[in-house]
Design a binder for this molecule. Structure first.
Ligand code: SF4
Length: 378
């Protein structure tokens, strides 16, 4: 179920089929990092089986015009979030900076801690950043009318359905993401289409919004966003390269619900708090409210274990072993990637060069950042 308990499950697969059957629509799909390590479970595979290539083939056979990766949006998020963090650190602005990828947690702070709304990063979440770029840069590059592009997000998450409809996240009254479906809904669609998933060959994501790095893959698990941000902030602040397995910050890893760690970046010690599950988030937020927080960065994910344990994933009925296997698969996928830092993603760099300008600059800010609002206490 949704961790906010505010949403019940609604299937939106009919909307996706409708878009796919409309010859006037250009339908692009993006898949979140946590999907690829869980989707196979719906087809009898063991938890933690990585099915990225089969998933891409299935989506192409279902008729999507382009199959892209939310990981591209995650790399873009790190370009913005690491820039925002360094800006705040070097200009004595508000710290800690809280990550903002998880809409259930964003809603939680808006309702429960409205006095802290200056603290979260203003970055939109990766799939919303992706949708924004699909309807601007990608539309212009391919001479497409943004009104004819339908962006479908496949997410491990039910809260992302409500996030896509937030008025702050629309542009010119147009949704950046049109339809959100979960891992379970994708599984149902693949079965409905009569595709024998386990027999599919592998395919690659389309370009240019399909290049990704290991840093973006680890967004799928608790601690991953903080680790990805640290990889980039470390190199940008020190000017030194993290080589080989030095990119792995073990102190930020694991499935524990509340982690506290210190990372040395040059002559600075950066204290990082990581919470998964809203009870643990409350603990860190109360420390901030009481002026006792020692952190420079805090990552919060509403679901225990992060998105791998999300409410839209194949049911795991509280079986920690399943979540652990998905997490190990995420770390394996990171290790297998040629590029492991977001700022090395060449297609993201090209996007800045051709369209956005500087990370955290004026145009990037306009397109990729958002704001938060106090909501009625519940
Ligand atoms: Fe959604 Fe991930 Fe947040 Fe869970 S942790 S609510 S799956 S974004």
């Amino acid at each position: 179920v949704c961790p906010t308990a505010a949403l019940t499950e609604m299937y939106h697969t009919d909307k996706v089929w409708e878009a796919l059957s409309d010859p006037d629509k250009h339908v692009v799909v993006q898949t979140a990092p946590a999907i690829r390590v869980a989707l196979g479970e719906l087809f009898g595979m063991e938890a933690g089986t990585i099915v990225t290539g089969k998933m891409v083939t299935a989506l192409k056979r279902m008729g999507f015009d382009a199959v892209f990766d939310t990981d591209f949006g995650a790399d873009l998020t790190i370009m913005e979030e690491a820039s925002e963090f360094i800006y705040r650190l070097e200009n004595n602005k508000t710290l800690p900076m809280l990550t903002s990828c998880c809409p259930a947690w964003v809603k939680f702070i808006e309702h429960q801690f409205p006095e802290l709304l200056e603290i979260p990063s203003t970055c939109k979440s990766p799939h919303i950043m992706f949708g924004t770029i699909a309807k601007t840069y990608y539309a212009e590059k391919n001479n497409l009318d943004p009104d004819n592009i339908v962006v479908v997000s496949i997410m491990p998450c039910i809260a992302k359905k409500a996030e896509a409809a937030r008025p702050e996240l629309t542009k010119d009254k147009r949704n950046n993401v049109d339809i959100v479906i979960t891992t379970r809904e994708l599984g149902a669609m693949i079965k409905e289409a009569g595709i024998e998933f386990d027999h599919l060959p592998d395919s690659e994501f389309d370009r240019p919004l399909g290049e990704t790095t290991g840093a973006s893959v680890i967004f799928g698990t608790t601690g991953g966003v903080a680790e990805a941000a640290v990889r980039t902030a470390y190199e940008w602040i020190t000017g030194e390269k993290l080589k080989g397995e030095d990119v792995v910050f073990k102190q930020l890893r694991g499935a524990t619900g509340l982690k506290k760690a210190t990372v040395e970046i040059g002559d600075k010690e950066i204290n990082i708090g990581i919470a998964s599950g809203l009870g643990n988030a409350r603990t860190l937020l109360e420390e901030i409210r009481e002026g006792k927080s020692k952190y420079e960065i805090i990552e919060i994910m509403a679901c225990p274990g992060g998105c791998i344990g999300g409410g839209g994933q194949p049911y795991h009925h509280g079986n920690d072993e399943i979540v652990r296997k998905r997490q190990e698969a995420i770390y394996r996928e990171d290790k297998n990637k040629k590029l492991r830092k977001s700022h090395e993603n060449l297609e993201v760099l090209k996007l800045y060069e051709e369209y956005l300008g500087k990370p955290f600059g004026e145009k990037a800010h306009k397109l990729l950042h958002t704001h938060y609002e106090e909501r009625e206490r519940i």
